[in-house]
Design a protein around this ligand. Structure first.
Ligand SMILES: *[C@@H]1O[C@H](CO)[C@@H](O)[C@H](O)[C@H]1NC(C)=O
Ligand SMILES: *[C@@H]1O[C@H](CO)[C@@H](O)[C@H](O)[C@H]1NC(C)=O
Ligand SMILES: *[C@@H]1O[C@H](CO)[C@@H](O)[C@H](O)[C@H]1NC(C)=O
Ligand SMILES: *[C@@H]1O[C@H](CO)[C@@H](O)[C@H](O)[C@H]1NC(C)=O
Ligand SMILES: *[C@@H]1O[C@H](CO)[C@@H](O)[C@H](O)[C@H]1NC(C)=O
Ligand SMILES: *[C@@H]1O[C@H](CO)[C@@H](O)[C@H](O)[C@H]1NC(C)=O
Ligand SMILES: *[C@@H]1O[C@H](CO)[C@@H](O)[C@H](O)[C@H]1NC(C)=O
Ligand SMILES: *[C@@H]1O[C@H](CO)[C@@H](O)[C@H](O)[C@H]1NC(C)=O
Ligand SMILES: *[C@@H]1O[C@H](CO)[C@@H](O)[C@H](O)[C@H]1NC(C)=O
Ligand SMILES: *[C@@H]1O[C@H](CO)[C@@H](O)[C@H](O)[C@H]1NC(C)=O
Ligand SMILES: *[C@@H]1O[C@H](CO)[C@@H](O)[C@H](O)[C@H]1NC(C)=O
Ligand SMILES: CC(=O)N[C@H]1CO[C@H](CO)[C@@H](O)[C@@H]1O
Ligand SMILES: [Cu+2]
Length: 594
């Protein structure tokens, strides 16, 4: 109770309103199920049965099919209902997945490869004729709710500089029978590919059921290549692996196991604050292995989990991570690391040099991310491992390709955006509960998805977003349309607020400041261009956002047209239950600002 009172004080002082009964949720009091027989069950809602036991590391890591979309020819990708085997010991799993046909659809879907500067055209079709979703839809949270039933979809290109009509606005959904969401304009999407080389990804973004559609299989990778602008001699071909990481839980019959009863069923019958599965899946395989030669490999990963953070280490101390890129492409310099952190929707680009170990070596990519991150339960059982490496000698007489292990070289220009004259926006992250400490939703700035538009930045301006986390958990915050830089994070003391009436506008170490430390440099995994970054509990995290292309130019399309964009938490269970807000670009020097 005491903390709840403090929270309300802090928020009121910031001049913001919370809905009645709002307060901080405390995950320590959530019902936990510590059944550790398989991967360890970590869903906070029902005591989900553990997945069937499977033998890890029996299937080789595969790569999704690749489709070149740089040709200017329109590609048609549909979502189909399919069956897919995640492991030889698991029965087939029903999924909704992207593909050029029902026969070729897969999860992850095909990897689309675009070239910087060449527009691409994708027509996204809905071929799902189920009368209702195979996962339990919670009708008490705002969702598409098509009158004629069916499964609505709409596809977002995550990290893309995209016209809003092609951005997959949550209300721009459509069903296979032709029912259209209120913001629908087209299903023929155009991608400008104006940004530097990077790994993006496409996934469903339908209002209120994104968590279900993503877990059902609707995601795939999207590569922007930039010939002539990428570092030379990076491992390529079979030495470059693109990996979608997810966690899922399965019923004995192979079906996806997702809660059907919520944590506070009287409020939301089936909504669960965070979904964690006990089975780690890389490119559609549960715990695959990878045969590697004693040379360097490049790994480009996307975290497509609903809520799980992966904190990755290599089990052999002779192996290190050389991180070369992040969400928005190459870093300005490589990082030589022993640990990598990847929150939902974040991407990592890194090399591992297996020439530092002998053929015959076995090593693992391990995970130690707590769930929820960062202060929840430790990873247990097989959730502590993602991938096994079997190092083998190269075939006789073969020559391994040369590679540069980047140590100091420049990978891309260093970025620095001046914040002189920038507009400052302060935003809060809050959770509220049912009075019994069961979370029943999360909000951005105390507002819901359907509340009136408040984020209306002008094109060509720079803003500083100061995001204040008043919850117990980290939230991966994602902005559409632009990439941003994380400027700093700074811890504050909510208790001091009541004791001294401290101010967030007074700098540390003034005793009147609410801050308990000077602003800290961003963490290593927040360096470079980000489109999704973690806002830690008890901290203010500052993003520098320039409403222009990543290169600082005007968009090649009219970013003020169409339904607009969104910003949201990328824990999908949060996003679906009101932790998402509209974002509409305004022309420079607009008079339409509120
Ligand atoms: C824990 O796992 C065992 C073995 O799979 C199962 O029999 C039992 O029902 C599970 N308990 C809970 C609470 O899920
Ligand atoms: C990119 O577009 C240009 C101009 O339309 C064209 O000449 C070029 O062939 C395209 N590149 C590819 C890889 O298709
Ligand atoms: C439903 O869609 C599948 C393809 O995904 C198709 O094979 C089937 O015939 C369709 N059924 C109906 C009733 O349209
Ligand atoms: C969308 O693409 C399809 C397939 O190329 C085409 O038949 C249709 O006319 C296009 N629709 C619009 C509105 O451009
Ligand atoms: C990494 O995973 C492997 C395989 O499960 C396990 O043997 C090893 O102990 C793990 N290492 C760490 C540091 O968790
Ligand atoms: C490898 O190369 C050597 C020398 O060129 C040759 O004698 C040998 O037969 C080759 N071995 C194989 C397996 O190709
Ligand atoms: C990375 O750091 C480790 C530990 O300091 C060092 O042994 C190794 O040489 C470094 N790698 C490069 C390429 O500099
Ligand atoms: C980036 O900006 C900061 C402060 O504005 C400045 O101190 C720093 O020197 C700049 N770095 C570069 C590489 O321009
Ligand atoms: C935005 O900035 C660019 C580059 O500085 C400039 O060319 C363009 O005219 C500006 N656009 C508007 C609408 O002000
Ligand atoms: C706290 O300080 C602000 C100004 O910094 C003042 O407006 C407000 O009345 C003070 N509140 C209390 C409870 O002292
Ligand atoms: C707004 O208009 C003024 C005067 O025309 C101009 O100097 C300024 O750069 C404009 N601001 C933006 C953000 O375009
Ligand atoms: C871990 C942590 O610092 N959590 C804090 C998040 O913010 C709330 C509200 O200010 C605090 O009560 C928590 O202690
Ligand atoms: Cu969140």
């Amino acid at each position: 109770m005491e903390r709840r009172a403090l929270l309300v004080l802090v928020v009121c002082w910031l001049g913001l309103l919370l809905s009645p009964g709002a307060g901080a949720a405390d995950d320590d009091h959530l019902p936990h199920d510590n059944n550790q027989t398989s991967g360890g069950v970590q869903s906070f809602c029902q005591a989900l049965d553990p997945s069937p036991q499977v033998q890890p590391f029996v299937e080789e890591l595969t790569q999704p099919p690749v489709i070149d979309i740089s040709t200017g020819q329109q590609l048609t990708l549909g979502v189909y209902k399919i069956k897919q085997k995640f492991h030889p010991d698991l029965p087939e799993t029903t999924l909704y997945a992207y593909g050029t046909s029902e026969a070729t659809a897969s999860s992850p879907g095909p990897t689309l490869v675009a070239t910087r500067g060449n527009e691409s055209y994708v027509r996204w079709e809905n071929h799902l004729n189920d009368t209702q979703h195979f996962l339990t839809v919670d009708h008490t949270i705002h969702w598409a709710n098509p009158k004629t039933g069916g499964v609505p979809i709409v596809t977002h290109l995550h990290g893309g500089e995209v016209l809003s009509e092609s951005d997959g606005y949550p209300d721009a959904w459509y069903t296979s029978s032709g029912e259209l969401g209120p913001s629908f304009t087209t299903q023929n999407y155009t991608y400008a590919n104006s940004q530097p080389a990077a790994l993006l990804w496409y996934h469903d973004h339908t209002v209120g059921i994104t968590r279900l559609n993503m877990l059902a299989g609707m995601n795939g990778m999207y590569v922007v290549k930039s010939p002539g602008e990428e570092p030379a001699n990076l491992p390529s071909g079979e030495f470059e692996r693109l990996i979608v990481v997810q966690d899922k839980q399965f019923h004995a019959d192979g079906a996806v196991n997702f809660p059907t009863v919520g944590v506070s069923p009287g409020v939301h019958p089936s909504w669960c604050p965070e979904y964690y599965g006990d089975t780690i899946i890389l490119n559609g395989k549960a715990w695959p292995f990878m045969t590697v030669y004693p040379t360097a490999y490049r790994f480009r990963m996307v975290n497509a989990a609903n809520a799980r953070y992966f904190v990755m280490t290599l089990s052999d101390p002779r192996l290190r991570f050389y991180q070369i890129g992040t969400d928005g492409g190459y870093l300005h310099m490589p990082l030589n690391l022993t640990m990598l952190t990847m929150g939902p929707a974040e991407r990592l680009d890194f090399l591992v040099d297996f020439s530092t170990v002998q053929p015959g070596t076995v090593a693992y990519l391990n995970n130690s991310g707590n769930a929820p991150y960062p202060d929840g339960d430790p990873a247990v059982g097989l959730t502590t491992v993602m991938l096994k490496f079997n190092v083998v000698a190269a075939p006789v007489n073969s020559t391994l390709p040369p590679f540069d292990l980047p140590a100091t070289q420049v990978l891309s220009p260093m970025v620095n955006i001046s914040t002189d004259g920038a507009i400052v926006r302060r935003m809060t992250l809050t959770e509220y509960d049912d009075g019994n400490e069961n979370p029943t939703g999360s909000l951005l700035n105390g507002l819901r998805w359907r509340d009136p538009l408040t984020e209306t930045p002008e094109l060509n301006t720079t803003e500083v977003w100061e995001i204040i986390n008043l919850t117990e958990d980290a939230h991966p915050i994602h902005l559409h349309l632009v990439s941003f830089l994380v400027k700093s994070q700074q811890a504050f003391d909510a208790v001091r607020q009541t004791a001294y009436n401290c101010s967030f506008y007074v700098a540390y170490p003034d005793p009147m400041s609410c801050f308990t430390e000077p602003p800290q440099e961003p963490e290593l995994h927040h360096l470079g261009w980000k489109d999704t970054a973690t806002v830690y509990p008890g901290k203010i995290t500052k993003f520098v956002v320039r409403w222009a292309t990543q290169s600082g130019h005007q968009f090649s399309f009219d970013a003020t047209s169409g339904p607009g964009y969104v910003w949201h938490c990328h824990i999908l269970d949060h996003e679906d239950n009101d932790m998402m807000r509209p974002l509409k670009m305004m022309a420079a020097n607009s008079t339409q600002l509120p």
